[in-house]
Design a protein around this ligand. Structure first.
Ligand code: ATP
Ligand code: ZN
Length: 805
């Protein structure tokens, strides 16, 4: 009977969003498994594309002649059954192509159609010559079928590494061991024969005398380092038959500094922590896919709760998946989790190199790591037997991906929890309104930690009115009370954190004479000033240009910089407090790899008095000597036409306030604002989450906003503005015709940035309680666009968008 592989080809279109059948040639039969990537011929001619095997069957419904499958790319499946099922669910719920969803789950290195190469690890000389000749690696497509199969088998036995070369770099990292071929006596014998001036060889031989053939296999790098031996000396020894080199696959360790530290011990829990841990552990033991919302004030010890739940899960032989919002937050969190569980932890976030990500991913897939800490995409970590899912700072917007597939990591965890029969813990001091509302309806179970560790009070928050006439003694961006508080901290050798709220705010260049503002030629947005490179940049399309000396519009030389950039505030502050040591943390200072960790470590080691930064300093940081938090501009987000503006402002202020007074010294917070009476600011002053929740729910109810309604945003773009406008109006009509009356439609309106990358954008937002026809209608619209995409349209569908603008 024929073997047939059902393959999703990597050609994302509506027509190819289902499997195609391919005949599996006998040579690949047996090696082929579901979840492996393959090469197939697709369409007319001999176009070759990669694809994913989603099923292997004996019969095809297709009555034409089947094409043969050309090759298998992987020695083992890269997607397991759970991941395949999950990818299908993801495609359906985010209106994305199945293949795009599968790609999203894989590390970058497995996404590309790279050249497949084999490299020897532990081969006999014979085998080496047979497959590699004199070379160190071989491209698989240059070999015969039989040779390829043989190499795949050797790869499964760990004797050959198969990897994918992009830009000529091998992807599997190797280490070499030296295998002595001489007994100590033979080494001594050789020593006597070697010329006396061959100093390095003599040294190597006397070193070799101390090895015993079975027990000592030193690492090449170690020998080179310790004995100052060059590659050439080792190679000579190999040629003379004294030594053999044996390669082994190894992993890159993104956190080598944490490797040799002793593990930390669990802290004795407070009664409140104890109660929470007990409840979660009970659900873990009972395999209950319950969702807990852990609402714990800042500094209430949520992290210790997570760690002890994870410990319990590991003890039961299961694994744990923990998500954290973004890399800025991970250094301290990674330290804590790795500090407790050591090498059992794998880390996944965008700050790692492609190679590091690939290695961490393999350690997870192979079951060598049992705890995963990572950002959004780690929701797809291929852990097996997951006993608990944790999402820290669950209100963070970075958990939602803003490009296709537009998924929310929380939904992925809830879905996987059903599959693994394991609970989910969503933790935050300021839960999203959506989650808190679900807890209200008992969809989630609410757990609370209302007190800080050691019963430290939350720091008092002073609101500083910055409006004209109120702000006496203010110097530029700093009010008198905030400046005094900063000076006091300097005297006491305590530390301060200063937040510059940059949302909707950036530095730009303007002509004082004619008002000209430098704009991006491709997007309707002003260019942002970057003082480190002395250029203007577009944050949307990457366009970059020099700062003009004269105004391109009127020729005046009165070009000035505007806006409150972190660099500008840093300069102000340094002038006001010349003795203060200031560390700045923003996109510019953290661009380089490990930038966040470097700055935070320096601050932790008291190399600075003040940490000045954007939103990235607001959350998660735990520094005992920080006793002052200052917010320079609380309300930049409040002015935005966004129904989540109040929620975001409240969350930000509460989170950043929570950085003060976390240990034994009491803290204090100053919030500078132009809206001192706004309820978001007033509730943040009292750090009253529950109060804010009730008032904000009333506001949302009145405006028919989430969480009272579900929502979907639909956008259309085209290079021609009239075309885009026409398309959105016909789409609006189609939606009205197909959907029920209870669906509310906002728009059509131009996108918040009306032109992006030279495309004009129009959009519609739908709000609804329950709309059975929606999924089908949107699917239909997508299918139609596939046809109209030939005319240059792009349609995007964003389920539960972060904002309506
Ligand atoms: N049971 C405990 N005994 C003593 N110290 C504890 C205990 N639990 C936590 N801590 C310490 O209290 C501090 C605050 O805890 P943690 O950082 O976990 O709070 P959190 O709730 O995650 O705060 P945030 O939401 O502000 O990030 C940490 O330094 C932590 O080591
Ligand atoms: Zn641009």
């Amino acid at each position: 009977m024929a073997t047939i592989a059902k393959v999703i080809v990597d050609v994302p279109t509506m027509q190819t969003d289902r499997p195609f059948d391919y005949l599996v040639p006998p040579r690949l039969d047996g090696a082929l498994q579901v979840g492996m990537r393959v090469w197939v011929q697709f369409g007319k001619g001999d176009r070759k594309v990669s694809g994913m095997v989603v099923a292997i069957v004996n019969q095809s419904q297709y009555d034409g002649e089947l094409k043969p499958l050309l090759d298998v790319l992987d020695p083992a499946p890269v997607l397991n059954q759970e991941m395949l099922a999950l990818s299908k669910w993801l495609a359906k719920t985010t209106y994305s192509f199945w293949i795009a969803c599968m790609q999203t789950m894989l590390p970058t290195m497995l996404k590309i159609d790279a050249v497949k190469v084999a490299e020897p690890l532990a081969l006999s000389a014979d085998e080496h010559t047979r497959y590699f000749g004199q070379a160190d690696s071989v491209a698989m497509n240059t070999l015969t079928d039989e040779q390829q199969i043989a190499l795949m088998k050797l790869a499964q036995a760990g004797k050959v590494a198969i990897s994918y070369i992009k830009k000529d770099r091998a992807r599997v990292k190797k280490v070499f061991y030296l295998i002595p071929q001489l007994s100590p006596e033979q080494a001594e014998e050789q020593r006597r024969q070697v010329r006396k001036n061959a100093v390095k060889q003599l040294e190597l031989l006397s070193f070799m005398k101390t090895w015993s053939a079975e027990h000592q296999r030193p690492l090449l790098t170690e020998v080179e380092h310790r004995h100052h031996l060059t590659k050439a000396v080792i190679n000579q020894a190999v040629e003379k038959g004294w030594l053999k080199l044996e390669a082994h696959e190894t992993y890159r360790d993104p956190y080598p500094q944490l490797q040799h530290q002793p593990l930390t011990h669990p802290l004795p829990l407070t009664d409140e922590q104890q109660a929470v841990v007990k409840t979660i552990n009970a659900a873990v033991k009972a395999n209950e896919p319950k969702t807990f919302l852990l609402e714990g004030v800042t500094g209430s010890g949520k992290t210790e709760v997570y760690l002890q739940v994870i410990a319990q899960v590991l003890a039961a032989g299961q694994t744990a998946l923990m998500l954290v919002p973004e890399i800025a937050l991970t250094p301290q969190m990674v330290d804590r989790v790795k500090g407790r569980f050591g090498m059992r932890v794998a880390v996944m976030h965008s700050g790692l190199s492609d190679g590091e990500k690939y290695d961490e991913w393999r350690r997870i897939a192979r079951g060598e790591a049992q705890v995963v800490v990572g950002a959004r995409s780690a929701a797809f970590a291929p852990l097996k037997h997951i006993g608990v899912f944790i999402m820290d700072e669950e209100h963070e917007t970075s958990y939602k991906q803003d490009s296709s597939p537009r998924y929310h990591a929380r939904d992925v965890l809830l879905k996987r929890a059903q599959i693994h029969h394991a609970p989910v813990v969503l933790g935050s001091a300021t839960p999203s309104l959506e989650s808190r509302a679900r807890a209200e309806k008992d969809v989630y179970t609410l757990l609370r930690l209302p007190h800080r560790i050691n019963d430290q009070p939350l720091p008092p928050v002073h609101i500083v009115d910055m409006r004209e006439g109120f702000a006496k003694g203010a110097q530029e961006d700093f009010s008198a009370p905030l400046l005094d508080a900063l000076k006091l901290r300097l005297q006491r050798h305590e530390q301060s954190v200063l937040l510059l709220n940059r949302r909707g705010y950036s530095s730009f260049v303007m002509c004082r004479d004619c008002g000209y503002v430098a704009k991006c030629p491709n997007c309707d947005i002003s260019l942002t000033l970057h003082m480190d490179t002395y250029t203007l940049k577009c944050h949307y399309c990457g366009h970059e240009e020099a700062i003009p000396r004269r105004c391109p519009q009127c020729g005046s030389d009165k070009i000035r910089y505007f806006g409150t950039g972190t660099q500008k505030v840093e300069a102000q502050l340094q002038k006001l407090l010349p003795d203060a040591r200031i560390l700045r943390m923003d996109v510019d200072t953290t661009r380089r790899k490990g930038g966040h960790a470097r700055i935070l470590n320096a601050f932790g080691a008291h190399q600075a008095d003040i940490l000045l930064g954007t939103q990235m300093i607001a959350k998660g940081l735990d520094f005992p000597d920080v006793t002052l938090v200052g917010v320079i501009n609380a309300d930049t987000a409040l002015g935005l036409p966004d129904f989540r503006a109040s929620e975001k402002t409240f969350q930000l202020l509460t989170q950043v306030s929570g950085r003060a007074g976390r240990a034994d010294k009491p803290g204090e917070v100053f919030v500078q604002t132009f809206n001192p009476d706004h309820y978001a600011i007033q509730y943040a002053k009292r750090q009253d989450y529950e109060g804010f929740f009730r008032q904000e729910m009333a506001v949302r109810h009145q405006g028919n906003y989430p969480p009272y309604f579900f929502s979907t945003k639909i956008g259309v773009s085209h290079v021609d503005e009239t075309q885009a406008a026409k398309a959105i109006f016909s789409l609006a009509k189609e939606l009205r015709d197909r959907l029920s009356d209870q669906v509310m439609m906002l728009g059509p309106t131009p996108g918040p940035i009306a032109r992006l990358k030279n495309r004009y954008i129009y959009q519609i937002v739908l709000k609804y309680k329950h709309e059975p026809a929606l999924a089908k209608t949107l699917q239909h619209i997508l299918e139609e666009t596939q046809q109209s995409s030939r005319q240059g349209f792009q349609v995007t569908i964003d389920p539960e968008p972060l904002s309506f603008v």
